[in-house]
Design a protein around this ligand. Structure first.
Ligand code: THU
Length: 136
């Protein structure tokens, strides 16, 4: 799967965003090591703290389907009809990525298929705390 295809999937997932409170529509598309794709959108709640981000929706869908190895995720978000800015994952989502991914896991934040930035998890969560510190 190309980065362009992954971004298209994130933009598609963004259409299902449930975001009546913030108006920020976010979509994510997660690629597993065995080539499967899991998408997610943000799901808000009247009790604001219960909101789940698009990235974590995608991760939890994949993990609950038995996946544990991941290559990259594309994220697209913004308030307008189309994204107009780079939406980087929040701290909570970076920590969930850290649970399952190595430092070379790629995070693509996209305005569209031709306008995107790629960072690694090590770049977005330097010196992070992860399962290696806890597991025997
Ligand atoms: N949001 C995401 O879905 N992903 C992020 O990485 C940042 C924030 C959502 C949560 C909330 O619904 C809205 O964007 C505003 O914070």
């Amino acid at each position: 799967m190309t980065d362009r295809e992954l971004i298209s999937a994130a933009l598609g997932a963004r259409r299902d965003s449930y975001s009546p409170y913030s108006g920020c529509r976010v979509g994510a598309a997660l690629l597993t090591a065995d080539g499967e794709l899991f998408t997610g959108c943000n799901v808000e709640n009247a009790s604001f703290g219960l909101t789940v981000c698009a990235e974590r929706t995608a991760f939890f869908k994949a993990v609950s389907a038995g996946k544990r190895d991941f290559l990259k995720i594309a994220v697209a978000g913004g308030k307008g009809d189309k994204p107009d800015t780079y939406f980087y994952p929040c701290g909570a989502c970076r920590q969930v990525m850290k649970e399952f991914c190595g430092g070379d896991f790629e995070i693509i934040t996209a305005v569209d298929e031709d306008d995107y930035v790629t960072k690694t998890l090590d770049e977005l969560l330097p010196l992070g705390f992860g399962p290696g510190e806890v597991k025997d």
